[in-house]
Design a protein around this ligand. Structure first.
Ligand code: C2E
Ligand code: MG
Ligand code: MG
Ligand code: MG
Length: 281
């Protein structure tokens, strides 16, 4: 017989679900607190052109320094922030912080700054609304700013996305398609967007150079994107053999542990200084 009412015994599955619920509630409370108490930090990962070596840009990647739980990766809390409607506040913080922290560095080292933007920030107009204000306020050169969107955004409202891209391009900001290959968009669909840069997801690189299929696939992507006139960033390059493969088949920029993990601002400053001394003469 089916038990009902408040005093019935919960199944294991329900207990599991319940604890997830509690975790999310706990995270919601903590996320709201964190936003008000400055618990977030931006890490930066260099994006380089390999030959001749030059750091061309950096991607800002958020970290949450939770007072009790330690550092929490964005893969865990960004989806929760999106669900809770907190992503626009968080995204605003990222924009302001990144632009402030990087303004002098991008000028001194001729870099671009790349930041990630979520679907929700595009849909509610909050990103566009704050962007121009932030750029004017800080004097940050819009041409040095890249905005990364992902294929899931591309799969949403196409007209809305086109308008968003149009508005960004009108002020000189560049558009980067992040994590290419994770979603399901067709190439012709991508062509209907005025993209400047394609970032090939690290999954395409993992099997390089051992896997024949992966090699053929990556080579094909390079040919296609070069033919389309897009700039390319290859993500997830970790090993020298992978770098060698990229060098052989494209003029792609590289982002990966081979050069550097995402690092705190102070460490990025050190990296920029060090690499300038190493390669600038
Ligand atoms: P993403 O935008 O694709 O960022 C690249 C991710 O790949 C980063 O993970 C980076 O640490 C990792 N990565 C880079 N090179 C390598 C490599 O050689 N090997 C491996 N195994 N991994 C590499 P991270 O920092 O954990 O960020 C994860 C995702 O969280 C980001 O993926 C992005 O989608 C999201 N995210 C991070 N910061 C923000 C933000 O400020 N706003 C929004 N909306 N999303 C963000
Ligand atoms: Mg990204
Ligand atoms: Mg990516
Ligand atoms: Mg990724």
């Amino acid at each position: 017989a089916k038990l009902s009412g408040k005093n019935r015994i919960l199944t294991f599955q329900e207990i599991e679900d319940g604890s997830h619920y509690l975790q999310t509630l706990e995270m919601e409370r903590d996320l709201r607190y964190a936003l008000e108490h400055d618990e977030f930090e931006l890490y930066y990962q260099p994006i380089v052109s390999p030959r001749p070596f030059a750091v061309r840009g950096v991607e800002a990647l958020i970290r949450w320094n939770h007072p009790a739980k330690g550092q929490i990766s964005p893969g865990l809390f960004i989806p929760v922030a999106e669900q809770l409607g907190l992503i626009s506040d968080l995204g605003h913080w990222v924009l302001v912080q990144a632009v402030k922290e990087m303004k002098d560095h991008v000028e001194r080292h001729h870099l671009f700054l790349s930041i990630n933007v979520s679907k929700r920030q595009i849909a509610d107009g909050s990103f566009l609304a704050s962007l121009e204000h932030v750029l004017t306020e800080t004097g940050f050169d819009p041409h040095r700013l890249h905005v990364e969107i992902t294929e899931s955004e591309v799969g949403g409202n196409l007209y809305e996305l086109q308008q968003f891209i149009h508005a960004l391009k009108a002020i000189g900001v560049k558009i980067s398609l992040d994590d290419f290959g994770v979603g399901t968009s067709s190439l012709s669909f991508l062509q209907s967007l005025q993209l400047d840069i394609i970032k090939i997801d690290q999954n395409f690189v993992k099997g390089i150079p051992e896997n024949t299929f992966d090699r053929a696939l990556l080579e094909g992507l390079y040919q296609t994107f070069h033919a389309l006139g897009l700039d390319i960033v290859t993500e997830g390059v970790e090993r020298p053999e992978q770098l060698a493969f990229v060098l052989e088949h494209s003029s792609s920029l590289i982002q990966g542990y081979h050069y550097s993990k995402p690092v705190p601002l102070a460490q990025l400053e050190h990296y920029l200084k060090k690499t300038v001394t190493m390669y600038d003469w």
